[in-house]
Design a binder for this molecule. Sequence first.
Ligand code: RP5
Length: 161
Amino acid sequence: MSDIAVIMGSMSDWDTMKEACDVLDEFDISYDKKIVSAHRTPELMFAFSKEAEENGYKVIIAGAGGAAHLPGMVASLTTVPVIGVPVESKTLKGMDSLLSIVQMPGGIPVATTAIGKPGAKNAGLLATQIIGITDETIRHKLHEYRQTLRNSVLESGEHFE
Ligand code: RP5
């Protein structure tokens, strides 16, 4: 049983969504990754979402681009928390994806990240933080991660003046 599901609407989203998986690998968090399209495989999306809780997922990371209804539709079918990643689209640079995901009407939340790779990375980190609520080892690693970030800024500033 994996803690997290990372789903995306198309194989073309993988280049972006890999960033989330890289974070989960770094923190040794188990995950499953799947292509689930809201409009091309709606039955699969329905089955995946309805089974998410009994499959033991604690968080679902869902990436999609364009008319990106996948995260919201999945969130409507489960109470497992959903983090939506707006994948950058070619025509509208991901603004379409962002607005499709972020503007959920009150009642069905989707935690929406930034567009593209930074958003996918942060989705991985946010999911890690959620898992860390009940996992001291993960929390410890998160503190170390933040310290590394602090150090990199301080070290880059050392030779600046
Ligand atoms: C969405 O349509 C996917 O999430 C993807 O971002 C976008 C384009 O899909 P492809 O045409 O590349 O399969 O469903």
